[in-house]
Design a protein around this ligand. Structure first.
Ligand code: PLP
Length: 402
């Protein structure tokens, strides 16, 4: 009989969002009158803005005309989009990333999940705890629950930022602004990681899915703002959270040509050609229509519109922060990120807090322990609901006598 990949049996059951959904459903069934406010999901809620819709409509029309119909596109993405990304996200900010170092994808979940395909199985991989679960799970799928996966604890003592390790790591996943803690690394902190990676000849996998939410000038928007990073980092960006593409699906991965890895024979090889090979073998490109929509994000009108959407969510983050501060609770994030990471009051554990917040305030959030053991005792609220619902949730929390 054929065999399975045993590593899949070592994955934790994906309890988190299904457990949340079940508990909310049960509560709702027994309290049909409760007006439940959801601040748990990491999905956007605002509709796509007009310039993006209009670009997509035109692309749809092109597909219906013989002369402009498109079949398979380049696996790496169309030049029109790669050029815009290179120019607007990088070169205008003084970072030399060329269009052919950019690979358009169908979401950062796939990109961060697939990158392991081109990395050797003997690498020691550092992953923060708590974490966006995709990094951990895809490494377990590949390596099993092995001592090669090293968790880097992020907690109140270190401000939810991983300390530079005293031991050797070959590959390090960093995500800033962070999901779930909402924390950011300033230039100095990120520089320390780049220096560590250059010294140890390690690779940083930098997930910048929330770059658009950065407000503080001291916080780098790209790891390539740090000198030397093109020799040690791959960066992932997504159109999901800044431009509302969670349903459309578009992302990109930057693989600099200067980035080299070692083969078993000790030869140094550019990793760019490996990712190119991986993508052209296993991926047939993001739809033309979607890439045209992504291109519209870079038009002056598109920039204005997506900027307004991000500002809308950041206003919600501010409403939550102000409310929690008034309540006297401890929290992190929400200044350069749509996530607020709060410390459950009175030493409550994450799930007790979840149940009480649901039952007594009719608010849904995400228990921190669902993102890793260091998240126990913490709770994630998101800024992706409407102003009205967010303000109402905060009022309920303020009045709550827990
Ligand atoms: N990276 C992080 C840190 C995320 O939080 C998410 C989505 O929540 C993603 C990547 C995935 O984004 P995408 O919609 O581009 O797959």
């Amino acid at each position: 009989m054929f065999q399975i990949n045993e590593n899949y049996l070592q994955l934790n059951e994906s309890y988190l969002f299904s457990t949340i959904a079940r508990r909310v459903e049960n509560f709702s069934a027994s309290h049909p009158e409760a007006d439940i406010i959801r601040l748990g999901i990491g999905d956007v809620t605002l509709p796509l803005p007009p310039s993006i819709l209009s670009a997509m409509h035109s692309a749809v029309d092109e597909m219906g005309v013989k002369e402009t119909f498109r079949g398979y596109g380049p696996e790496q993405g169309y030049a029109f989009l790669r050029e815009k990304i290179s120019e607007i996200d990088f070169r205008r900010r003084g970072i030399d990333i060329s269009p052919d170092e950019i690979f358009v994808g169908d979401g950062s979940k796939s990109d961060t999940g697939n990158i392991g395909d081109i990395l050797g199985d003997d690498n020691v991989v550092g992953i923060t705890d708590p974490v966006y679960p995709v990094y951990l799970d895809t490494n377990i799928m590949r390596l099993g629950k092995s001592s090669q996966i090293v968790l880097l604890p992020c907690n109140e003592e270190n401000g939810f930022l991983p300390g530079i390790p005293s031991h050797h790591l070959d590959v390090i996943y960093l995500c800033y602004p962070n999901n779930p803690t909402g924390t950011v690394m300033d230039r100095k902190q990120l520089k320390q990681w780049v220096e560590y990676a250059l010294e140890n000849r390690s690779l940083i996998l930098f997930d910048a899915a929330y770059e658009a939410f950065i407000r503080d000038n001291d916080v780098p928007r790209s790891i390539y703002e740090i000198e030397g990073a093109t020799a040690c980092a791959i960066e992932f960006r997504s159109f999901s959270k800044n431009a509302g593409f969670t349903g459309l699906r578009c992302s990109y991965t930057v693989v600099p040509k200067a980035l080299k890895a070692r083969s078993v024979d000790g030869d140094e090889l550019p990793i760019h050609s490996l990712w190119n090979r991986r993508q052209s073998t296993k991926f047939n490109g993001t739809p033309y229509i979607v890439q045209k929509a992504a291109e519209a994000v870079y038009s002056p009108q598109g920039q204005q519109e997506v900027g307004n959407m991000v500002a809308y969510y950041m206003r919600n983050a501010a409403i939550i922060r102000e409310g929690l501060a008034e309540k006297g609770w401890t929290f992190f994030g929400g200044e350069n990120s749509p996530y607020i990471w709060l410390k459950c009051p009175d030493g409550m554990d994450s799930w007790t807090f979840f149940d009480r917040l649901l039952q007594e305030c009719h608010i849904v959030g995400t228990p921190g322990v669902g993102f890793g053991s260091e998240g126990e005792g913490y709770f994630r609220l998101t800024a992706f609901n409407s102003h009205e619902k967010t303000a109402e949730a905060v009022e309920r929390i303020k009045k709550w006598e827990y």
